[in-house]
Design a protein around this ligand. Structure first.
Ligand code: SAH
Length: 280
C-alpha cells in the first residue's frame, strides 16, 4: 500500500426506504465515494440521486429467507481491498448501521487491517414505521419504553423471556420476524397478554407500498395468520399499536408492488468488471 494514502471506510445507515429519509451527512459522503458496497434494503433512488456517475456500486445484499446472501467474508475482502487501494469506500446499510446488522464483523476487520472508519447513523426501520404508521412508540399513557427485538429463529427468545415480554408495558418491535409471527403471537397468548395490546405489521414502511395490518390477539387467527407479508416487514406489539387507527396519515392509494428487489442467487451484482478479481 502507498504510505501516503490513508484508507478510510464510511459505514453509513441509509434509512428505512423513503430516499428522503437520508441524513445530509450520508448524502455528502455517498457523493464523495469511489466505491459503494450496498445492502439490499437501500432505496435505489439514493444511489441514482447522490452517487457520482463513475462510482463503482457493488450490491452485496443478504436475504436470509431466500438463502441468497453475499457471504460476509466476501464483503469484508471487498471493503478492505478497495480501501487499501486508497479509494473512498462507503458501506451502505438499510436503516441504522448498528441495529440488527453485521457491523461488528466489519469493524473487527477494519481494526485488524488498521483502516480508519467513521460510522454515520441512519433512521432505523422501527422509527420510520412508527412515524409513517402514526404510532408513537412511547406515547404517554400507552408505553414508557420501547424494545427492539428479533425472533427470526425460535431459540432466540427463552421461555422466561416470553413470560416477561407478555407482561411488560413496553412497546415491542420485532425485526426479521414475519416468518415466525404465528408462533410469536402464540407464545404471548399462552402467557395471557393483555387484551388492550394489539399486533401491527408494517410492510415496506416509508415506501409508496407501505401497508399496515393490525389485529387484536383474539382476532389474529382469523385476520392475519395466513397472510404472507411482503419483505421487509416489522412487527409492533403493544398498546401503542392501537394509535394507528386514529393517527395514521400516510396514503398509499392501494398501490401494490415490492420496493426493494430480491437478491439474485447470492451472487454479487456490480456495475464494473473489477469485482471478479475479488470473487472467492
Ligand atoms: N439495520 C436495519 C435493520 C436490518 S434487519 C434497520 O436499522 O432498520 C432487516 C429487518 O429490518 C427486516 O427483516 C425488517 O424486519 C426490518 N425492516 C427494514 N426496513 C424495513 C421497512 N422499510 N419496513 C419494514 N421493516 C423493515
Amino acid at each position: 500500500m502507498d504510505k501516503t494514502i490513508s484508507p478510510k471506510v464510511y459505514l453509513i445507515g441509509a434509512g428505512p426506504g423513503d430516499p428522503d429519509l437520508l441524513t445530509l451527512k450520508a448524502a455528502k459522503l455517498i457523493a464523495k465515494a469511489n466505491v459503494i458496497l450496498c445492502d439490499r434494503l437501500v432505496s435505489p433512488q439514493i444511489l441514482r440521486e447522490h452517487a457520482a456517475p463513475n462510482t463503482e456500486i457493488i450490491y452485496v445484499g443478504k436475504e436470509c429467507s431466500k438463502k441468497a446472501s453475499t457471504p460476509q467474508s466476501l464483503i469484508n475482502i471487498l471493503m478492505v481491498n478497495h480501501a487499501k487501494e486508497g479509494k473512498t469506500v462507503v458501506r451502505l446499510k438499510g436503516g441504522d448501521v448498528s441495529v440488527f446488522s453485521n457491523i461488528l464483523d466489519e469493524l473487527k476487520v477494519l481494526k485488524k487491517h488498521q483502516i480508519s472508519y467513521e460510522i454515520v447513523p441512519g433512521i432505523t426501520a422501527a422509527l420510520g414505521a412508527a412515524a409513517c404508521a402514526g404510532m408513537p412508540l412511547t406515547a404517554r399513557g400507552y408505553a414508557t419504553s420501547v424494545r427492539f427485538l428479533t425472533y427470526y429463529t425460535s431459540e432466540i427468545v427463552s421461555d422466561s423471556h416470553w413470560d416477561e415480554l407478555a407482561q411488560t408495558s413496553d412497546t415491542l418491535v420485532f425485526y426479521m420476524s414475519k416468518g415466525n409471527l404465528a408462533n410469536l403471537v402464540e407464545k404471548l397468548k399462552e402467557r395471557n397478554i393483555s387484551s388492550d395490546k394489539k399486533i401491527a405489521v408494517v410492510e415496506q414502511a416509508t415506501t409508496p407500498f407501505q401497508k399496515v395490518y393490525t389485529s387484536s390477539f383474539d382476532e389474529f387467527h382469523r385476520k392475519l395468520k395466513n397472510r404472507n407479508f411482503l419483505s421487509p416487514s416489522l412487527v409492533i406489539i403493544g398498546k401503542t399499536a392501537n394509535l394507528h387507527e386514529e393517527y395514521s396519515w400516510m396514503q398509499n392509494d392501494g398501490q401494490e408492488g415490492t420496493y426493494f428487489k430480491s437478491v439474485e442467487n447470492g451472487s454479487l451484482i456490480t456495475n464494473s468488471q473489477n469485482f471478479i478479481e475479488y470473487a472467492v
